[in-house]
Design a protein around this ligand. Structure first.
Ligand code: MG
Length: 187
């Protein structure tokens, strides 16, 4: 069978989950960061909503491209299959490199300015799995998580923002003037 470049939402979700697991990250790890982030602002956040939002974001085509490319760059760096001096820059997670943060910002930006500010917060404070990935990448000579830590942080940021969007939509529904619109394409 010929290789494909277009996949369904379900296929992209499955491939993203598989890639994350290969790199040591679960949906629950990301949902935990999303939950902690949103719990700062909303009282009744549920873990289940966070998991659902993480899965939804993992099914988006933009997320698929960013995650697959970023994880692949990390893997190729570990396998020393990227030419110098780029390999050393990636392996050292050079602070001024910034392209990993660019991937993160782009992904989090799918959920607007608040997605980006949530990403900035997670990027600076490195909660839970983000700190684990960052430390592992720095301490283990054979591991590179230069792109993954930002991508995982951005998915958590986007998921927490999506949870807030849903909570606001539900609040808006209480107004008798509220009219629901049905969209063919579900984000
Ligand atoms: Mg990074």
């Amino acid at each position: 069978m010929n290789p494909r470049s277009l996949f369904s939402r379900q296929e992209m979700l499955n491939m993203n989950i598989r890639t994350l697991e290969e790199r040591g990250v679960s949906v629950e790890d990301i949902a935990e960061v999303a939950y902690a982030q949103q719990a700062k602002w909303t009282a009744d956040v549920s873990k289940k909503d966070c998991v659902e939002s993480v899965e939804k974001i993992l099914s988006l085509r933009d997320t698929f491209h960013i995650l697959q490319l970023g994880a692949e760059i990390d893997r190729l760096t570990e396998e020393k299959r990227i030419r110098e001096p780029l390999r050393e820059i990636l392996h050292n997670d050079l602070g001024l490199f910034g392209i990993d943060e660019l991937f993160g910002l782009e992904l989090a930006g799918l959920f607007g300015t608040i997605g980006k500010t949530n990403f900035g917060d997670i990027d600076v404070n490195k909660p839970a799995i983000i700190e684990k990935l960052n430390t592992q990448g720095k301490e283990d000579e054979n591991v590179c998580h230069t792109f993954l830590d930002d991508i995982v942080g951005a998915i958590a940021a986007a998921a927490s923002t999506r949870v807030a969007q849903i909570a606001n939509e539900n609040e808006a529904k209480k107004d008798p003037r509220y009219k629901e619109i049905k969209l063919d394409f579900d984000l």
